[in-house]
Design a protein around this ligand. Structure first.
Ligand code: BES
Ligand code: MN
Ligand code: MN
Length: 477
């Protein structure tokens, strides 16, 4: 069938930017923070808002799907059984907004200024989700139909580790059947440096607790004579890396796929702006595993980090005590072919084996997530490349990302589809941080690329999109 004329679609989109912004702003006013039980009603309101918006956009079926936790949204528009079916994934929950005092405008009171929209969830991930609704509206307004069959699955627990996502997929497997999946929860390298993501790191998250005396003790009366939990924990954590900033847990690197010279050349050719990356982070110099570039450290190398640490007296002035207890949160980012379950156990055992003497150490694994590595030669990745190139005027770089989206691995192997990672966030959009924002130009270009992506994918017969070999949608173990 003939695909929709992109210039007519663009004209329609240009005439409706204000409506899109109004809808996005209304959605961003709903604080859909999945981590905080106090916001459970807001996450639900966010799901209902999106389902209603999808219905209004032209999805005959759009509903809220219950899970054991926060609800997801499913929408479907089936045009013609002969056409390919695409499943779009995004999430409607957001990270907590704190520290509130660091926001220059309130996180859930969106402000448009200087070509950007500031709010929690603006970039991660509400812009990517609404980009798809807008593309549907444009196609239906101009052509009266979509060039393919479209299903939308927008999750409400991604920022909390997607604890009910696998069950959701299993319960709705036949309704979610598709020829290919488009994951819209990633970003690009810069406004003029378009990119498609072809890899995501996996992760593990731990909590460590060290307990000592039954109560805080006077550090003069007891100091030097009983084990101090904070000292013990500090020593334990300090031993996790060697002098080269390599993870000092034996076996940690055993299954890491070392990039060869060709891959390292390809990584060096990616237009990643290291200076901008470091200056946006506000750090004076790069740091990390010796022998690797900054870009390699955050893409193809695994990490082990301390995310938080607590214990003892941290209030004003001095309080001379030996603290009774303390703890820390640790996270790892994993690369092919590391096994998150095996790494979770390896590090847990390592910490317990080296637990400080005279104290009680406990380690819990809070969550794990699998890495993803997509085939760059899949026809859907090529289709997305063409769609992006038509809008940005140059083909996208194919990049590995440092972040994680654990549901992608589940979609790839439960639904047996290849995944294209297509999102428009920018490196300095302040994901998870105070003053998160999206750039309006990026959003509008993203919608233009999305309408073209539907044209491109719709022109490919279903059989050519389905994975023909296991390596096309590779999720970690
Ligand atoms: N959208 C992000 C991940 C991301 C950001 C991928 C930028 C690529 C580019 C996602 O919402 C996220 O924050 N994931 C969490 C995982 C999690 C289990 C909370 C992460 O990476 O920490
Ligand atoms: Mn996200
Ligand atoms: Mn996120």
């Amino acid at each position: 069938m003939a695909t929709a004329d992109p210039t007519a679609l663009d004209r329609w989109l240009d005439g409706h930017q204000r409506e899109l912004l109004r809808e996005l702003t209304s959605w961003l006013r709903i604080p859909s923070v999945s981590a905080d039980p106090a916001h459970a009603d807001d996450v639900r309101r966010s799901a209902e808002f999106l389902a209603a918006a999808a219905r209004a956009a032209g999805f005959p079926r759009a509903e809220v799907w219950e899970t054991g936790g926060h609800p997801a949204v499913f929408a479907e528009r089936l045009e013609d059984p002969a056409l390919s079916t695409v499943l779009v994934y995004a999430h409607h929950d957001v990270q907590p907004a704190d520290p509130l005092e660091e926001w220059t405008t309130p996180p859930f009171d969106p402000v448009v200024a200087d070509g950007e929209l500031r709010a929690r969830g603006a970039a991660d991930d509400k812009q990517n989700a609404l980009m798809h609704l807008e593309a549907v509206r444009a196609h239906l307004a101009v052509e009266g139909r979509l060039p393919l069959n479209l299903k939308l699955l927008v999750e409400g627990e991604e920022e909390s580790g997607s604890p009910h996502f696998d069950t959701l997929l299993r319960d709705h497997r036949s309704e979610l059947a598709a020829d290919v999946a488009v994951i819209s929860d990633t970003g690009m390298l810069g406004p003029e440096a378009p990119a498609l993501t072809i890899g995501l790191r996996g992760m593990v998250y731990w909590e460590v607790r060290v307990a000592g005396p039954v109560r805080d003790l006077h550090s003069g009366l007891y100091g030097g004579a009983v084990a101090n939990p904070v000292v013990g924990l500090a020593e334990l954590l300090a031993g996790l890396h060697d002098a080269d900033r390599r993870v000092a847990v034996p076996g940690f690197y055993d299954r890491v796929r070392e990039p060869g010279p060709a891959e390292r050349r390809a990584l060096a050719a990616v237009p990643f702006d290291t200076e901008a990356f470091l200056s946006d982070a506000g750090v004076p110099a790069p740091a990390g595993e010796a022998g690797w570039t900054t870009y390699e450290r955050r893409t193809v190398r695994p990490t082990l980090d301390i995310c938080g640490i607590w214990g003892g007296y941290t209030g004003a002035g001095a309080k001379t005590i030996i603290p009774a207890r303390c703890g820390a949160k640790l996270s790892a980012r994993l690369v092919p072919d590391q096994d998150p379950g095996a790494i979770a156990e390896l590090v847990r055992r390592h910490l317990l084996d080296r637990a400080p003497v005279g104290l009680t150490t406990e380690v819990d694994v809070l969550s794990t997530g699998r890495w993803v590595s997509a085939a760059t030669d899949h026809p859907a990745v090529q289709a997305a490349s063409r769609a992006v190139a038509q809008v940005w005027g140059r083909p996208p770089s194919l990049v590995r990302e440092g972040g994680s989206i654990p549901p992608v691995a589940s979609i790839a192997d439960q639904l047996q589809v290849a995944c294209v990672l297509f999102g428009v966030g920018l490196p300095d959009d302040r994901f998870h941080a105070p003053n998160e924002r999206l750039r309006l130009e990026q959003l509008h270009r993203g919608v233009r690329a999305t309408v073209r992506l539907w044209n491109e994918l719709g022109a490919i017969p279903p059989g050519a999109l389905r994975p023909t070999r296991a390596a096309e949608a590779v999720a970690g173990p």
